[in-house]
Write a protein that binds this ligand. Structure first.
Ligand code: C5P
Length: 357
């Protein structure tokens, strides 16, 4: 067991949870604003944002993984290798070996799922109001639970099952509000948002979130590999699926060459697009920390707290009209989240087979 690590005297566990809550709501708002504040013809490419997210997250994780080898933190690190003049080269070789380990392919599955999820998130944020998106996205607790039961053989209490039903009910109530608000929600060019499209995107994102999260947990807990090395592997496997839609859209262009490719890639990619990417990178790193230093149960708390923050910000920033149905649905979602999390930690972890050797 690790001793409790801390940052500026705050245990990393609480630091990552509170920061994740703030990050979650900031991302929802910034992403929504960055998409609807310009007419659709002047929007930046969501595919580029997803790619940049993976590149930056991968680089940061690589630096952290390397520095952990430097200080001998990585599991099973042979300290004698760190000594001597060839220490740095040895460490780089060691890092290379870790990243391209025989089991690295296992990360390809969550990597593809997360790329799909991150793209769907943009579709949802473009077509749903920030607060509606935030609440509906809570359905991922439902999918995470289902996949945990199926793949990790987690045991859920009857209270937890009931709370999951309430969660679905609450999301349903919020959707009534989203439908009723249909005519009111518009983007910068006065185009109507498309709540049905947004809802379908968020539902699909909940499935990929649940499956990817559980799969990542399975790979992480089934081996000794360092979390940051796993993150590098995750980002590496994300590059190809993240690049695919960009290359496909570039094939249709008449001009070619690196210059025109880059200008297509970063067309309309302004300050708000970079801000969205930066907040998303932070979220990815925090998610990794939360998985490592606390657990998915506490992660649920963090995201439910972010609902409240998003609500209040949406009302203040986007003139969001809070109706009784919206409040009722959100309250049901919050209570259901609390009920689900208020269980004693007796959930067992029994992998069906050892995922990693
Ligand atoms: O909402 P959810 O928890 O499913 O979101 C996970 C997010 O964190 C995704 O955007 C995913 O790309 C990112 N992530 C990450 N590194 C991990 C796990 C998740 O960047 N190890």
């Amino acid at each position: 067991h690790l001793s409790a690590p801390s940052l500026w005297g705050i245990p990393l566990k609480y630091f990552s949870l509170v920061t994740l809550a703030v990050q979650n709501s900031t991302l929802t708002i910034i992403m929504h604003y960055s998409r609807v504040s310009t007419p659709s013809s002047q929007r930046y490419s969501a595919a580029t944002a997803v790619l940049m997210n993976e590149v930056m997250k991968g680089l940061i994780s690589l630096i952290i993984a390397f520095s952990r080898l430097d200080s001998g933190h990585a599991p099973m690190y042979d300290m004698t290798q760190a000594a001597g003049s060839r220490g740095r080269v040895t460490r780089l070789r060691r890092l290379w070996r870790d990243v391209f380990s025989p089991d690295c392919w296992k990360l390809s599955i969550p990597a593809i799922l997360y790329v799909i999820q991150n793209n769907l998130q943009y579709v949802a944020a473009t077509n749903l109001e920030a607060a509606t998106f935030q609440v509906t996205y809570q359905m991922k607790i439902l999918t995470t639970a289902a996949f945990s039961v199926m793949l990790l053989r987690k045991k859920l209490s009857s209270t937890q099952w009931v709370s999951l039903l309430f969660l679905a009910l609450g999301v349903g109530i919020v959707q009534i509000q989203a439908g009723a608000n249909n005519g009111a929600a518009v983007d910068a060019a006065n185009h109507l948002l498309d709540p049905l499209r947004g809802f379908m995107a968020v539902t699909a994102a909940c499935f990929t979130s649940g499956l990817a999260g559980v799969y990542f947990e399975m790979v992480l807990k089934g081996s000794q590999a360092d979390l940051w090395v796993r993150n590098v592997q995750l980002s590496l496997f994300s590059l190809l699926p993240a690049l695919a839609p960009i290359i496909l859209s570039y094939r249709g262009q008449e001009s070619n060459g690196v210059g025109s490719f880059l200008s297509l890639l970063f067309r309309n990619f302004g300050v708000w697009a970079w801000a969205t990417v930066a907040v998303q990178v932070l979220g990815g790193l925090l998610t990794a920390l939360v998985i490592k230093y606390s657990d998915n149960i506490l992660k649920g708390f963090a995201t439910s707290l972010s609902i409240v923050i998003s609500f209040l910000s949406s009302v203040a920033l986007f003139n969001f009209h809070m109706t009784f149905t919206f409040l009722l649905g959100s309250a049901v979602v919050l209570v259901a989240t609390w009920l689900y999390n208020a269980q004693p930690k007796r959930t067992a972890y029994f992998p069906i087979s050892r995922p990693c050797d």
